[in-house]
Every structure is written in C-alpha cells, then in structure tokens.
Design a protein around this ligand. Structure first.
Ligand code: Z5A
Length: 217
C-alpha cells in the first residue's frame, strides 16, 4: 500500500484524541493528505459493536466472555480496515488511528489476561496485513488519566469502570510492547502539557516521514 498508518495508543485520558487532532492538522499544513480515524466504532457495524463493548449495562462477569470481547474488538478492526483504512492507504494517504492492535494486546492481554500468543494470532487474521508504520504511546499513571476522563464527562464506560489494578496492568503491557518494538514505538511522558506532548510528536513525525520519503526517492 502506498500510504502510511500512524497509531496513537495509551490508557484512557492519556490525550490520544487531543494529539490525533493536532497531528492531523499539522500534517495537512505541511502538505500531506491525511485521514484521522479511531477504534472501536468507525464503521456502521463498528458503531453497534462499540455499543456492546462499552455499555456499562453489558455485564462483565457473565454476559461478555473475555474471548468474546477480544473477537468483537478484532471484528471491529477488520471491518474498519476493509472499509476505511485500506482504501485510504491505497490512495497514498497518511492514516492516523486513535487506538489499534496495541490496545487489544494491552487491554485484552494485560487487562483481561488472555494468552498473548493467541492475541497475536488473531491480529494476523484481523488486520488483513495492515501494520502501523509508527506508534505514539502516550504514557501516564492511570489515576491521572481516569481523573481527566471524569473531569471531561463525569461518568466512566464499562472498561473504564474496572479496578485500578486492571488499568495498571494495561499500562504495563503497553510499556512492554514498546520495549519489544522500539523501531515502531515512541513512548511519550504524557503527564505533561498538551503542547509539550505535541512538540515531541511533531519533531518525531517530521523526522520519520522525511527519512521514509527520502529513502523512497
Ligand atoms: N479497547 C479495548 O479494550 N480493546 C481494543 O482493542 C480497543 C479499545 C481498540 C475505547 O474507549 C475503550 O475500548 C477503551 C479501550 C478499549 N476503554 N477503556 N477503558 P474510547 O474510544 O471511548 O475512549 P479512549 O480511547 O479511552 O479515549 P478517551 O477517554 O477519550 O481518552 P483520550 O483520547 O486518550 O484523551 P482525550 O480525549 O484527548 O483527553 C481526555 C481529557 O484530558 C480531555 O478533557 C483533554 O482536554 C484532557 N487532556 C488531554 N491532554 C492533556 C494534557 N496533556 N494535560 C491535561 N489534560 C489533558
């Protein structure tokens, strides 16, 4: 595919959406064609899956098995790639995605304790071969992230309502993924101002895109 996929990852309230919007506007301002999207829920089918996955009334312990959760997030991803991400990449665009495979590994692997090898096998099937070119991991203690979410919307969804250990395990799994894939990840200390976080992303994205496109010439 001619385009590039950039993903933004992190726990809730780490500032992913804020930074995805800024990144989109920066890349457009320097002449790139960009599409910004998110998971879960960017397609018609995805909206329905998102409703099931995040609804606080979906009972964690009995009605939604962790494997069901994994498969629903993955189904959302396949449809998202098929309908939106792959066609935009084919056109040569830069696609910025707010959460992608690493969220599944972190939440369903680190949080729900599902087998990581099984999750990787599911990723191979669900991603239709699309992998991120660069991933920005916005790292933050979960207590601070959840506080930001509460200040923003005054209520938590089904996953956000899990206990603090669950969120700490997710953060640890994200950091482990970054350690295992240093060529793809940049970890950013997001317990900082929005401007600071964006400055780090901006400097990095400018460098990696320049390097990538000068190699292609
Ligand atoms: N999930 C999963 O389990 N498995 C998967 O495979 C996938 C997802 C794909 C999606 O929720 C849920 O699904 C998520 C993971 C799970 N659940 N949990 N828990 P979502 O899409 O509804 O929500 P989110 O992705 O967690 O986003 P969020 O809560 O909206 O957070 P955010 O995008 O990282 O942050 P934000 O919206 O940019 O900022 C939040 C607030 O903080 C806002 O008021 C900002 O103004 C403020 N903010 C942002 N940056 C800063 C800084 N630097 N300083 C201070 N305040 C800031």
């Amino acid at each position: 595919m001619r385009g590039l996929l950039i993903t933004i990852e992190g726990i809730e309230g780490s500032g992913k959406t804020t930074q995805a919007i800024r990144l989109e506007s920066y890349l457009k301002s320097i002449g790139y064609q960009v599409l910004r999207t998110f998971e879960p829920g960017a397609t018609q089918l995805g909206k329905k899956l998102r409703g099931i996955l995040l609804d606080v009334n979906t009972d964690n312990s009995s009605s939604l098995h962790p494997i069901t959760e994994l498969l629903l997030f993955s189904a959302d991803r396949t449809q998202h790639i098929y309908e939106i991400i792959a066609p935009e990449l084919e056109q040569g665009k830069i696609v910025i995605c707010d959460r992608f495979i690493d969220s599944t590994t972190a939440y369903q692997g680190g949080g729900r304790k599902l087998d990581l090898n099984q999750i990787l096998e599911i990723h191979k099937i669900a991603t239709l071969g699309v992998i991120p070119f660069r991933t920005y991991l916005l790292d933050l203690p979960p207590e601070i992230g959840l506080q930001r979410v509460l200040e923003q919307r005054n209520k938590l969804d089904r996953l956000e309502s899990e206990n603090i250990e669950f969120h700490k395990n997710i953060r640890a799994q994200f950091l482990k993924l970054a350690e295992l894939n240093p060529e793809r990840f940049l970890v950013i200390d997001s317990n900082n101002t929005e401007d600071y976080v964006f400055e780090v992303i901006k400097n990095d994205v400018t460098r990696v895109l320049n390097e990538y496109y000068s190699r292609k010439k």
